[in-house]
Write a protein that binds this ligand. Structure first.
Ligand code: ATP
Length: 569
């Protein structure tokens, strides 16, 4: 293929829609990638996961369903009412476009589609809605019916082929190194550079050697390091050798701040740009971090006038589009920094933690709103317990114990034993919570008529890139929360089972959802169950809803491996 035609990609998508086996999906994509001209590999990778750029880049096509229907009307030279009537019947803009627009010839290059989609994204400001619709109408004019189907779906973010970034990494490994073995190294690079397009392009054009050399870059978020959990406090000494840096665990929002000259960008746990939500923190970093260019990380937590720590629900009020200035005063926050990943362009993720913290201390000038995470370094568990008690008294969630050994590196995206959490719930012997992706729902009856009776929740199997069910969640909701369930989930409804969701035939829900919303759930115990699909059939008994976790992506839900480890305990 000297010039890759979009029709070929559309054919691939049509085939992918028909299969559900993960291995078959990987085989199809890798066979396709092998034939793609190297210059198109990046574009193909983005589009196959339903995007036109990496998520962190803040590039939004910004077209609503109505506008797509208008573009179809223009292209097909039909009135809007005819189009909406057909849409009501078919329920998918892609299918409407396929029926009404399109030439027979399929000679549209992938390049042209990709660039047109970026043109649509770039149109902003006054008159942009019209401009976007026109560019799309023009593109649809040159497309064949099947191409039109997939263009509309990419534009609206409803491609849903059941292909996640992890599946693409597998396929890339097979296509360009000959076996799945290289996936581990690709995943490592992806954790440092969570941009599937860059990984694909580097691998296709420069090989695995260059992928291994991918470093942290200021302005490109890094997957965040995570903490392991233990069952008994004494295990801390077994898991961490030598000195332990015990730090307050803040019940706030994790933020990775990238300072580059005069701009500071704040990234959330989902690697979304959330600078708009916390402008005062970006300002604090600009003024009080004495380094021109750096990446620092910490937790942003709501505080009261005395500086006491307030629970997560309070900072969630800052997740808003409007009245930001008002809420800066109403819900004041403090950014507690605990790590340094890059300084003046030099990556520090492979430097031991004590040295990273020492550098951090050197560049951060503490203020009321910007502080270093409070810490003690000790080998003595009694000291650490005392520190834990003090933290809880002050409103903290517990502590994170960090290794200070020579290999205490920052491990992007990994939940390893270099960081261990000990929360007040564990100390009180209360059950830990699970963060689960909602994949379906059952209609309610009686008192719950008109809403859902229960949600079907799944853990993430990170090896297979699938969502496996662990419980039906029906309790713990307030009346108000119950009432609003259908509205909250409507956007994610799908007609058929999403490909990455694995469910037992006796548990098929009334409504399917693309995994998108994550809920925090507490359960009494983990048991064996013949109807749940997590691992070898693990289920969470007596689950209760605690809260939504909007800062988490479904792929950041509790993993099947973690549940297996907990069940063993
Ligand atoms: P949890 O629900 O227990 O917070 P989690 O899955 O969100 O778990 P973990 O990796 O288990 O995240 O715990 C690490 C989280 O704790 C980080 O994402 C961060 O937001 C928060 N945190 C608070 N204080 C610290 C600290 N001093 N060092 C590291 N992480 C901290």
């Amino acid at each position: 293929m000297a010039r890759l035609l979009f029709a070929k990609l559309a054919e691939l998508y049509e085939q992918l829609e028909k299969i559900t086996s993960g291995n078959a999906i990987r085989a199809l994509i890798s066979a396709f990638l092998k034939k793609v001209p190297k210059k198109n590999v990046e574009q193909v990778t983005y589009m196959t996961v339903g995007q036109i750029a990496s998520e962190y880049e803040d590039i939004n096509i910004g077209i609503a369903e109505k506008m797509v229907l208008r573009a179809i009307a223009t292209t097909a030279d039909k009135d809007y009412a005819t189009i909406t009537a057909l849409y009501k019947k078919l329920g998918d803009t892609g299918l409407v476009a396929e029926k009404l627009v399109g030439k027979k010839r399929k000679n549209l290059p992938v390049n042209e589609v990709f660039n047109a989609l970026h043109d649509i994204a770039r149109a902003t400001g006054a008159g942009s809605q019209r401009k976007k619709t026109l560019i799309l109408a023009h593109l649809l004019k040159t497309a064949s019916p099947i191409e039109a189907r997939y263009i509309c779906r990419i534009v609206l973010g409803t491609l849903r082929l059941g292909v996640g970034d992890m599946t693409v990494l597998d396929s890339l490994a097979i296509a360009f190194t000959g076996s799945k073995k290289a996936k581990k190294e690709l995943e490592q690079a992806y954790n440092i550079c969570p941009d599937i397009g860059i990984i694909a392009k580097t691998l296709a054009t420069k090989g695995l050697k260059s992928v291994r050399k991918i470093k942290t870059v200021i302005g490109r978020p890094i997957q965040m390091m995570l903490a392991q959990r233990i069952g008994k406090f004494e295990e801390l000494k077994e898991k961490i050798n030598g000195s332990i840096a015990a730090e307050e665990k803040y019940d706030g929002e994790r933020i990775q701040a990238h300072k580059k000259g005069r701009t500071t960008i704040l990234y959330s746990r989902r690697l979304e740009n959330i600078t708009r939500e916390f402008p005062e923190i970006a300002e604090q970093i600009q003024e009080n971090v004495k380094a021109k260019n750096c990446i620092i990380e910490g937790d942003c937590v709501a505080v009261d006038a005395q500086g006491n720590l307030l629970p997560f629900q309070v900072i969630m009020q800052r997740k808003r589009k409007y009245d930001i200035q008002e809420y800066i005063k109403k819900v004041p926050v403090c950014f507690y920094v605990f790590d340094l990943l890059n300084l003046h362009g030099v990556s520090y993720i492979d430097t031991a933690y004590p040295a990273r913290r020492a550098l951090l201390k050197r560049i951060v000038k503490e203020t009321q709103r910007l502080q270093l995470a409070k810490q003690i370094v000790s080998t003595n568990l009694d000291d650490i317990e005392e520190f834990f008690n003090k933290t809880v008294e002050r409103g903290g969630e517990g502590i994170i114990a960090k290794s200070c050994a020579s290999n205490s590196f920052y491990t992007p995206g990994k939940r390893g034993w270099l960081w261990i959490k000990w929360k007040r719930e564990y100390a009180a012997k209360m059950a830990d919570t699970f963060d689960l992706a909602v994949v379906g729902a059952y209609h309610g009856r009686g008192k719950r008529g008109g809403t859902y009776g229960a949600l079907l929740c799944a853990a993430y199997n990170s090896t297979a890139d699938r969502f496996e069910t662990v419980c039906k969640l029906g309790s713990g909701f307030t009346d108000e929360e119950l009432k609003t369930l259908p509205k909250k989930f409507r956007k994610y409804e799908t007609k058929t089972k999403p490909a990455r969701v694995i469910v037992h035939k006796n548990l098929v829900p009334d409504v399917w959802f693309t995994p998108a919303i994550v809920v925090e759930v507490v359960g009494a115990e983990i048991t064996q169950s013949p109807i749940h699909t997590a691992g070898k059939g693990l289920a969470l008994r007596f689950p209760r809803f605690i809260k939504y976790r909007p800062e988490k992506k479904p792929e950041q839900a509790t993993t099947v491996k973690e549940i297996e480890a907990m069940a063993e305990k």
